[in-house]
Design a protein around this ligand. Structure first.
Ligand code: ASP
Length: 332
């Protein structure tokens, strides 16, 4: 039987919960009001990490001329994929532990159409293969040999993706063969890009060589629609970077979009998703994840587990890098 004391405790807790919920609800309402009053910022493109600056510049050439967000994100991330000096995306990506460069990518447009490839070898621009999967097949995801065969049928040429620099790094790693993800380094740094075009349509792209020296066959979040990327034109778009396994465990990008649907700003939605990852993992050592989000009003934001995540922004009036806020300062 409950004592009066328990009852008082429970009622106090109850009213605190009501208060918290109603505060949250009113915050959501305020956000909704603010968003509907604000002018829409478009076109706009955002993308993860420093390599986003160059990628955005290419996307911007399309957006600025009234082109589609889909064409923009594809063209944008292709720049990073084709840069042999970038060791975490496309050609020049660090290989898996057996020395194979295996690429993952996905793309999604404003009509919820999407395409993806995973564990793809010898093709420099997986994002364009992903787009072909979206446009020329009834499927969403092709993997491995099948994805490569499909790419070749579509006219993509075979290229050796293991550059001399990456080979040397892998050979050095083999001396110790210690698989240890390093946060905020090119050991694993996807490019995720989100864009809103002049017509108000959102698209996103995400592409990576995944974690350096991963197990052969490992696929992360980046080609998984809902994990590495998600777009819903009624709400917004989100993408992820960092430890893919942790992103998949919370259906990361889909969750960020759902949180925005419920009234959170892009920043608040990314923060809530990161906090969920922090809550669900007992060992956070080196577990870096960053989320990036853009809503259909052109508002954007990001948040990460650890300090050090940033993103590139380009609009008619801005061209800058933004450091995100984070849950933890130190890496342990
Ligand atoms: N998310 C990617 C993966 O897990 C890597 C990264 O973004 O750093 O494959």
């Amino acid at each position: 039987m409950k004592t009066r004391r328990d009852f008082i405790k429970l009622s106090a807790l109850g009213s605190a919960a009501v208060l918290t919920n109603s505060c949250l609800a009113s915050e959501k309402e305020n956000n909704k009001k603010k968003t509907s009053q604000n002018k829409i910022t478009k076109p706009i493109v955002i993308s993860t990490w420093n390599h986003g600056v160059e990628a955005n510049a290419s996307a911007w050439k399309i957006l600025n001329k009234g082109g589609t967000s889909l064409n923009a994100v594809e063209a944008g991330v292709r720049v990073t994929e084709s840069d042999p000096n970038n060791s975490s995306v496309g050609i020049g990506g660090l290989p898996d532990r057996d020395g194979f460069v295996t690429l993952d990518a996905c793309i999604m447009n404003h009509e919820n159409e999407c395409g993806a490839v995973a564990f793809l070898q010898d093709i420099e621009n997986p994002i364009s293969v992903a787009r072909k999967v979206m446009e020329d097949t009834k499927h969403v995801l092709l993997v491995g040999e099948g994805a490569k065969q499909f790419a070749i049928e579509k006219g993509f040429k075979e290229t050796n993706l293991l550059t001399e620099k990456s080979k040397v790094a892998w050979e050095k790693w083999k001396e110790q063969s210690k698989y240890q993800p390093v946060i905020n380094s090119e050991n694993h740094d996807t490019i995720g890009m989100l864009a809103l075009d002049e017509k108000g349509n959102l698209s996103g792209a995400c592409t990576t060589s995944g974690m350096a020296y991963k197990l052969h066959g490992r696929v992360g979040d980046s080609p998984i629609i809902g994990a590495g990327l998600f777009v819903d034109n009624e709400v917004g778009a989100a993408c992820a970077t960092g430890m893919g396994e942790a992103v998949i465990r919370i259906a990361g990008s889909a969750i960020v979009v759902e949180l925005m649907r419920n009234g959170l700003s892009p920043y608040e939605a990314c923060k809530e998703a990161v906090n969920r990852i922090v809550k669900k993992h007992k060992d956070l050592t080196n577990l870096q994840v960053g989320f990036l989000a853009l809503n259909n009003h052109g508002e954007h934001g990001g948040y990460s587990v650890y300090k050090g995540f940033n993103y590139a922004l380009q609009t008619n009036t801005q061209n800058e890098m933004i450091d995100t806020k984070f849950n933890k300062k130190s890496t342990r």
